[in-house]
Design a protein around this ligand. Structure first.
Ligand code: PEP
Ligand code: MG
Length: 589
């Protein structure tokens, strides 16, 4: 029995024979073209582009149906590469001027583009590099006639070579890496789970696995050297572990947990329309984090009672021009209307740090998380800020919208932001435009300065929302995207807990509510502490809503309060975790 640990990427338990993922190897033959071959070669290239387009459109449609619009968006991005002059025109130029065959040139050009993107120090752009490689691979496959999809058990080729379900049996797929398009093509009847040697939990592949409901473990290191085709395997997608050749006792344990997990998921579905109320009657709002209007409808399936964080910067990424006031208005209005009477908290632009907006051409900085980001940019680029605030005021006429400012460190920033908010309304009214009657304003508490001085800042705002993703990195001095120091990044560290407690306390003393929209809000294990110190709202990735609701509905707020006080006196994160486990959170289902 061989146990391997990786990163949990998609929850669930699976047992079955190992299936090694084989991407049909494409032989690229390099040819020199005669003058007479050039036009036919161009036609062949164009036909391959069109074939790729057809496959990607079909994939987008299928993914939208099975996993939702948000997951299908990746293929829209791939489709855009098919029209990108940096790829298409460069290939055409080289085929003509260098008289080389299209597949050789496509492979070369897309590899160059991907390498250029991967060299940029931003996770977001590195992901785009994988997308360019994926698209290049598809065009080459269409040129050489092996189809645009990968081969291997459980994978349906997008070019039509469906894997024969009768000849293939269900198994656990092992791969070095899976491109998002490989993942979208996995046949859920055949792929019980997958394991990859590389990758992180926030890659598109991991996100897609979660939406497709396929358990997954990523970043296991050299698992392919240890697994053989057909050997028994088991994975725990919650713990991030993989067992090769489990003995009988281990197999029985996995099977029992698999059945329990299935029953639990079914049970959670029944919680969808029930409130998040503790056994002694304290209600907590559970809201969803969204980044795009297309995410609103799928999010509602999990039963959130609002949007606690609408990350507007996603409207600005991945494009060469900025969205104008009307486009932003439509995007904000769409989410507000989808959520009806429920509150939708729209955060003003939070760029900088690890989020880059190509259209703004921001200068590179040596400490971007401590630099010109978020509200600091908005207060200096007044054109951007005013456009966004005007769009929010107009959208507020169609729903229950609140505005939230990110990365606040001083009271002066809040005052300036609120003055801009008032001025935006006055401007619209003077122009005779329809605006919302009110637009309550809050701040993210995500700098230690804001948490420590929360009593001062609370007087200026209508609500707080704790941004723990940043609060943890600034409190513990741990860059949130640096895996070398990731072991120190701990939401349960008592220093972090004390700042959270201080913030909630200051909010309540000032008579305002306090929520949390960092990833910590979606940790069921943290719920006893968060409920215990009195958070009013928790906003999280939508699939976490039922899990956190289940924990809340099973606990007593009084008991949680007692435990939370003890947690604040613990010496370490480990001690806090152990302590919080002692609170009964009776499960329903
Ligand atoms: C946070 O910092 O916790 C947060 C929610 O914002 P972001 O992750 O977008 O920085
Ligand atoms: Mg943040």
């Amino acid at each position: 029995m061989d146990t391997i640990h990786g990163t949990p990427a998609s929850p669930g338990i699976a047992l079955g024979p190992a299936v090694l993922f084989k991407k049909a190897k494409v032989e690229i033959v390099r040819r020199r073209l005669e003058e007479a071959d050039i036009e036919p070669e161009m036609a062949r290239f164009k036909a391959a582009i069109e074939a790729s387009r057809g496959q990607l459109e079909a994939l987008a449609e299928r993914t939208a149906k099975e996993a939702g619009e948000a997951e299908a968006a990746i293929f829209q991005a791939h489709l855009m590469f098919l029209d990108d002059p940096a790829i298409v025109e460069t290939v055409e130029d080289r085929v003509r001027s260098q008289r080389r065959n299209a597949e050789a040139v496509v492979a070369e050009v897309t590899a160059e583009q991907a390498a250029a993107l991967a060299a940029l120090p931003h996770a977001y752009l590195a992901e785009r590099a994988a997308d360019v490689r994926d698209v290049g691979d598809r065009i080459v496959r269409n040129l050489v006639g092996v189809g645009g999809g990968p081969a291997g058990a459980g994978v349906a080729g997008a070019a039509g070579e469906e894997a024969d379900p009768a000849s293939a049996s269900p198994g656990i797929l092992f791969a070095h890496d899976l491109a998002p398009s490989d993942t979208a093509q996995l046949d859920r009847r055949l792929v019980l789970a997958f394991v990859t040697e590389v990758g992180g939990p926030t890659s598109h592949t991991a996100i897609m696995a979660r939406s497709l409901g396929i358990p997954a473990v990523v970043g296991t290191g050299d698992v392919l050297a240890r697994v053989r085709e057909g050997m028994a395997a088991a994975i725990d997608g919650d713990a991030g572990s993989v067992v090769l050749g489990p003995d009988e006792a281990a197999s029985r344990g996995f099977e029992r947990r698999r059945q329990e997990a299935t029953a639990r998921r079914e049970g959670l579905r029944r919680l969808r329309d029930l409130p998040a109320v503790t056994t002694d009657g304290r209600a907590i709002e559970l809201a969803a984090n969204v980044g795009h209007p297309r995410e609103a409808a799928p999010a509602l399936e999990y039963g959130p009672t609002g949007v606690g964080l609408y990350r507007t910067e996603f409207l600005f990424l991945d494009r060469d021009t900025l969205p104008d006031e009307d486009e932003q208005y439509e995007a904000y209005r769409a989410v507000a209307e989808a959520f009806g009477r429920y509150p939708v908290i729209i955060r003003t632009l939070d760029i900088g740090g690890d989020k880059e907006v190509p259209a703004l051409g921001l200068p590179r900085e040596s400490n971007p998380f401590l630099g010109w980001r978020a509200l600091r940019i908005s207060l200096q680029r007044r054109d951007l800020f005013e456009t966004q605030l005007r769009a929010m005021w107009r959208a507020a006429a169609h729903g229950n919208i609140l505005v939230m400012f990110p990365m606040v460190a001083t009271i002066g920033e809040i005052r300036q932001a609120k003055a801009a908010l008032r001025a935006a309304r006055e401007g619209l009214v003077a122009e005779g435009k329809t605006v919302g009657a009110k637009l309550p304003a809050g701040i993210m508490v995500e700098t230690p300065a804001a948490a420590v001085a929360a009593d001062i800042l609370a007087k200026e705002v209508d609500f707080f929302s704790l941004g723990t993703n940043d609060l943890i990195q600034y409190t513990l001095a741990v860059d949130r995207v640096n895996e070398k120091v990731a072991y120190l990044y701990d939401p349960f560290n008592p220093a972090v807990l004390r700042l959270i407690d201080k913030t909630v306390d200051a909010a309540h003393r000032a008579g305002i509510w306090c929520g949390m929209c960092g990833e910590m809000a979606g940790l069921a294990a943290a719920a006893p502490f968060l409920v215990g110190i009195g958070l009013d709202e928790l906003s999280m990735s939508p699939p976490s809503v039922p899990l956190v609701k289940e924990a809340i509905r099973g606990m007593s707020a009084r008991e949680a309060g007692r435990l939370a006080r003890q947690a604040l006196d613990c010496e370490s994160g480990e001690e806090v975790r152990e302590l919080l486990k002692s609170l009964p959170t009776g499960r329903e289902g």
